[in-house]
Design a protein around this ligand. Structure first.
Ligand code: HGY
Ligand code: MN
Ligand code: MN
Length: 412
């Protein structure tokens, strides 16, 4: 039996796209979208989401780390709670749909199911920090829910020296209570997340949606190369301990290793400390983000990479310090939930489901510590993401919404 997409799903998808524009207006910058954890923009976006959750008939509350929740209450819950969600924070100069589309789809799904009752509560959550834009550690919101909140994070300071403790207090949260309201595995039925693909596969195969098989593991490092600052005019090149050329050789070595080993590695931030046009760089800091769908490939590549960077430093008489600031294991999505997603995708789209891995990290990789997780990908234009040019089709959002509605019904 084919599920025809109800007319109102189309109008819901259009409303959801308008809501994406409203959410995108809560930004720290005049140009582009930047919304980091525990900022006034986080507050404004979550107040708006709480309102839309209430309009969808949900009970709402904020948890110990600033995640925004909505609950479709079951009159007679005989099963644990089903959790839907994604993140509401963004990278710097972000697109509108990374994370936020998944939050809005979850709310709209529950709005569409308002007239129906289920033998379990259904919670929707907007995770307040997934990107790690402000405190350089990431997945704070979902880590708290999954019982993995690391109290050391409370001492981490942002670029202005404000610690997470101070920022929590300013936001109206009690840092002493951070993570105290973690969910218990027995109280959760599953976690479902819809997210833009952030890659080119669905568009290349002209598919609106896809079923996620697994999420790549990732490690992030903060590196520091120290040489000897000197006069650009007087020190012969062969006598230099130039931190910048050393870092440059390291960064090219990282790129070559990633290509050779079939992983992805990115130096996203790099700065010369006290740099000047006529000074040989004495100190350079840069970050590394390295990922693979295979945990063993990630471990091997990371070890090799660090050995090569140490060797380059030694050759150039530099010192090389490197701190692991983040790691998340590669995660397989629940087979049962993959099959459930595939079944609803086939019913809604009349074509077989496309299964594909996620190179991007998601809250689902942390929620997998707590419960079965399943993700649905939505096509995005040219796979562009972490970029204001991020774009989705309303018709794809409509198909995603119809799949989400059927997915919830399949848990009855
Ligand atoms: O970096 C990621 O994969 C995600 O956008 N936080
Ligand atoms: Mn992202
Ligand atoms: Mn995301």
């Amino acid at each position: 039996m084919t599920v025809f997409i109800e007319m109102d799903t189309q109008s819901r998808a259009m409303r959801l796209m308008e809501q994406s524009d409203v959410l995108a207006s809560f930004s720290e910058s005049e140009t582009g979208l930047t919304r980091a954890y525990l900022t006034p923009q986080h507050r404004a976006a979550h107040d708006q989401l709480a309102l839309w959750m209430q309009q969808a008939g949900l009970e709402t509350w904020q948890d110990s780390v600033g995640n925004q929740w909505g609950r479709k209450v079951s009159p007679n819950p005989t099963k644990p709670t089903l959790i839907l969600g994604s993140h509401s924070d963004t990278v710097v100069n972000a697109g509108k749909y990374d994370g936020n589309l998944g939050v809005l789809l979850a709310i709209e799904t529950l709005a569409a199911l308002r007239g129906e009752t289920f033998p379990f509560h259904i919670d929707v959550v907007a995770f307040a920090d997934e990107e790690g834009t402000r405190f350089n550690t990431t997945l704070i919101g979902s880590s708290s829910v999954a019982g993995c909140f690391n109290s050391n994070w409370l001492q981490v300071a942002d670029a202005n020296g404000v610690t997470m403790t101070q920022a929590m207090r300013e936001f109206g949260l009690d840092p002493e209570k951070a993570g105290s309201d973690a969910r218990k595995a027995q109280d959760v039925l599953a976690y479902l997340e819809a997210h833009i693909e952030q890659g080119p596969v669905l568009e290349a195969e002209n598919l609106a949606v896809g079923v996620v098989t697994g999420i790549a593991g990732a490690k992030r490092f903060q590196c520091e190369v120290t040489g000897m600052a000197g006069h650009a005019g007087t020190v012969p090149v062969r006598l230099r301990q130039d931190a910048m050329t050393g870092a440059a050789e390291m960064i090219l070595a990282i790129e070559k290793l990633a290509k050779d080993q079939g992983v992805v590695a990115t130096v996203g931030k790099c700065e010369i400390i006290s740099g000047a046009v006529n000074v040989i760089a004495g100190k350079v800091k840069f970050t590394i983000d390295i990922r693979s769908a295979s945990q063993s490939a990630l471990e091997t590549a990371t070890y090799e990479m660090l050995e090569q960077l140490k060797h380059i430093a030694q050759q150039r008489k530099l010192t090389f310090d490197c701190e692991n600031i983040y790691k998340a294991k590669a995660v397989q999505c629940s087979n049962k939930l993959q099959q459930k997603w595939a079944y609803v995708v086939e019913r809604v789209t009349n074509s077989s489901a496309r299964f594909l891995p996620s190179g991007a990290g998601h809250d689902a990789m942390v929620m997998a510590e707590l419960t079965d997780t399943g993700m649905l990908f939505i096509r995005c234009e040219k796979g562009i993401s972490h970029n204001p040019r991020e774009q989705v089709l309303t018709s794809d959002v409509e198909i995603g919404l119809a799949c989400f509605i059927e997915m919830i019904r399949s848990f009855r």
